[in-house]
Design a protein around this ligand. Structure first.
Ligand code: 5RP
Length: 219
């Protein structure tokens, strides 16, 4: 089965989590793009949608769902997003697409976070995928030095600026045994806007597609 077929299958499974009249949060990435495309047929069922990136906002507009500001609505009922890595505990690495900050905000403001991945992303320990960290541009070198002290190898994503006008550092070689503790620790470094670890606000439901079908893990 091709990777795109796996993404389509898990996006289709996520549609079953949608209920009429929901306030819906939408993540970012190629898996979520399938979800947005499928949502076109169900857009009348959605009360309002909040987007986590300019890219997803454009795609939502194309299917006739104009995103609203997060501040104009109450807590969201459901957030659907992908991830770069996940554990069975629902801890995630996100930010491969650089949208981690808005994703973390929308996830925090949502009552339920459904994460859609294929089985290549399910790991015993996080960290094979380099950890994205969004930083205020003037803090880039400083934060990078702190990442070296923490045992990582930081690489500046030099061709990329986030939707918030910031830089991304991808931190390689981290063996993330305790995601909750690392998220807290890295969050405290001056100049860090967001760490791509989603442990404090983890996924409530993982939908994982493989050639055998889509399975569910509720951590
Ligand atoms: C973007 C993200 C994405 O969810 C993550 O990169 C997965 O993307 P894809 O579905 O394209 O593999 O965190 O910031």
């Amino acid at each position: 089965m091709k990777r795109e077929e796996l993404k389509r299958a898990v996006a289709t499974a996520a549609l079953e989590e949608l209920r009429d009249g929901m306030l819906l949060g939408i993540g970012t990435g190629s898996t979520v793009n399938h979800f947005i495309d499928l949502l076109a047929e169900h857009r009348h069922r959605v009360q309002a949608v909040v987007s986590s990136s300019e890219a997803s906002s454009r795609r939502l507009s194309e299917i006739g769902l104009e995103p609203v500001e997060l501040s104009s609505v109450n807590d969201l009922d459901l957030y659907v997003d992908g991830a770069d890595e996940a554990t069975k505990h629902g801890h995630l690495i996100k930010g491969g697409g650089g949208a981690l900050t808005r994703e973390k905000i929308v996830a925090a403001a949502s009552r339920r976070f459904v994460c859609i991945i294929d089985d290549s992303k399910l790991k015993g320990v996080l960290g094979a995928f380099p950890l994205p960290v969004e930083v205020i541009p003037m803090a880039r070198a400083y934060v990078s030095r702190q990442m070296v002290k923490a045992g990582g190898r930081p690489v500046w994503r030099s061709d990329f600026v986030t939707d918030n006008g910031n830089d991304i550092i991808d931190v390689h070689n981290l063996n993330i045994m305790n995601p909750l503790e690392m998220e807290r620790r890295f969050n405290q470094i001056a100049g860090v806007v967001t760490v791509g670890l989603f442990a404090q606000r983890r996924a409530d439901l993982l939908l994982i597609s493989s050639p055998a079908g889509v399975r569910r893990i509720e951590p």
